[in-house]
Design a protein around this ligand. Structure first.
Ligand code: GLU
Length: 451
């Protein structure tokens, strides 16, 4: 097989190379009809929530409470840029539901963040925390910015001013942020420091995903990727699909979720046949040497040119022949426009919302099993819970304890979802929503409405 090479490339204005044969955005979406199948993420969430509520015959009063976020805060974030000029960014924090415990959820930095996206992500956190049974509600934050064009100093100033702006509504017993797209351990260290400086004492438990040694947990960085593999293994065994050591896997994304999952799949003997980054991906049906691919990516900052593989666009990757497809990049990748062409037998959603609700029926009809985001990527928030517990106790676990406890909780959540699926004869996605909504509804019911 030839060196991974695109037929011809054009540079988009953002500098992302796109294939001319699939001219479109950086994810290879066809330019002829860029919005076909695309869905507002909040509508996507509500479509599944409504179905789950119906199947559960959810009390109509509780339905009304759960359908809307508790609180939405929009803030202006002025930052003095390196040029000396001030730029004003817009930030959000949406708190969806607090019935089960403090709000919990990441903060993302991206140029295309919208309030509806943050709303959807906040609600997904509520269901996700309930599915893995950690005592948190759901929230999400976002700032509209393009971190790839900002210096470290600008990012630090942005983070600190955003945290100041939302400080009244966060805290270890109120709302606990964490990393998400384009934020990392360093960002969380700034969050912790800014909040602590305002309080006048160190408050470790205000945020999770911090560096180890600064109140962070061992195993947090790898938690989401490991969790993806735990539930993949459980699903392959449950539904008599190929055994892990026989299964072929295609992973979209090579960041904190996709990259870590791909390495774990590889180390455990699965055959990873495809992997991508934001620009595009590589495919070799005989399997890729993932540690080599990852070091190539670190060195070249692109997968193009990787030897012994074919270069594919991100949308082509989704349609490759494989047993397991792991979309671990961003929302709205599998839609009514391409669902029919998916060849995988099992989809494990490493990203939040990679499948639009308009694709659900198509995938179901094709007999493709989906391990939905609110179960598949819950490893991250599960270890965030361990981090929060460790910060409060001031006693830190070793990595082995973290990973063993994570595996036990993920496998147990998988079993709980399967029970709902079998009991109500619904898809695995709707079963996961039903479990999340049911557990949350029980808390709302017990607590009642104040005053
Ligand atoms: N951002 C991650 C998620 O979407 C982690 C959230 C957390 O740890 O609070 O699940």
């Amino acid at each position: 097989m030839a060196t991974a090479k695109k037929p011809a490339t054009v540079k988009s204005t953002k500098g992302h190379a796109t294939s001319s044969s699939h001219a479109g955005d950086a994810f290879g979406n066809h330019s002829e009809a860029p919005n076909v199948g695309k869905e507002n993420p909040f509508d996507s969430m509500l479509a599944r929530f409504d179905l789950a509520a119906q199947k559960l015959q959810l009390n109509p009063d509780i339905y009304q409470v759960l359908r809307v976020p508790d609180r939405e805060l929009t803030v202006s974030v002025p930052v003095r840029m390196d040029t000396g000029r001030i730029q004003v960014f817009t930030g959000y924090r949406v708190q969806h539901n607090i019935a089960r415990g403090p709000y919990k959820g990441g903060i993302r930095y991206a140029p295309d963040v919208t309030l509806d996206e943050v709303r959807a992500l906040a609600a997904w956190m509520t269901w996700k925390c309930a599915v893995v049974n950690v005592p948190f509600g759901g929230a999400k934050g976002g700032v509209i910015c393009d971190p790839s064009t900002m210096s470290m100093g600008e990012l630090e100033a942005l983070t600190r001013r955003y945290v100041w702006a939302i400080a009244d509504i966060i805290g270890p017993d109120r709302d606990v942020p964490a990393p998400d797209m384009n934020t990392n351990e360093q960002t969380m260290a700034w969050v912790m420091d800014t909040y602590s400086m305002q309080k006048g004492h160190i408050v470790m438990g205000v945020v999770t995903g911090k560096p180890v040694g600064l109140g962070g947990s061992e195993g947090r960085r790898t938690a989401t990727g490991f969790g993806v593999e735990f539930v993949t293994r459980a699903a392959l065994n449950k539904w008599k699909l190929p055994a892990p050591t026989k299964a072929t896997v295609a992973v979209q994304g090579s960041g904190n979720v996709g990259g870590v999952a791909a390495e774990r799949f590889h180390n455990l003997g699965y055959k990873v046949v495809a992997l991508s980054d934001i620009h595009g991906g590589i495919y070799n049906k005989k399997g890729l040497d993932i540690p080599k691919v990852m070091s190539f990516l670190r060195e070249h900052r692109t997968l193009e040119g990787y030897p012994q593989a074919e270069y594919v666009s991100n949308s082509q990757l989704l349609e490759l022949p494989c047993d397991v497809l792991v979309p671990a990049a961003k929302e709205d990748q599998i839609t009514s426009a391409n669902a029919d062409r998916i060849q995988a037998k099992l989809i494990v959603e490493g990203a939040n919302g990679p499948t639009a609700s308009n694709a659900d029926a198509i995938l179901e009809k094709k007999g493709i099993i989906v391990i939905p985001d609110i179960l598949a990527n819950a490893g991250g928030v599960t270890v965030s819970y361990f981090e929060w517990v460790q910060d409060r106790e001031g006693y830190f676990w070793d990595e082995d304890r973290v990973n063993r406890t994570l595996e036990r909780m993920m496998v147990s959540a998988f079993g709980d979802v399967v029970n709902y699926q079998e009991k109500y004869d619904v898809s695995t996605r709707i079963a996961a929503y039903m479990l999340g909504v049911d557990r949350t509804a029980k808390f709302v019911q017990l607590r009642g409405i104040y005053p």
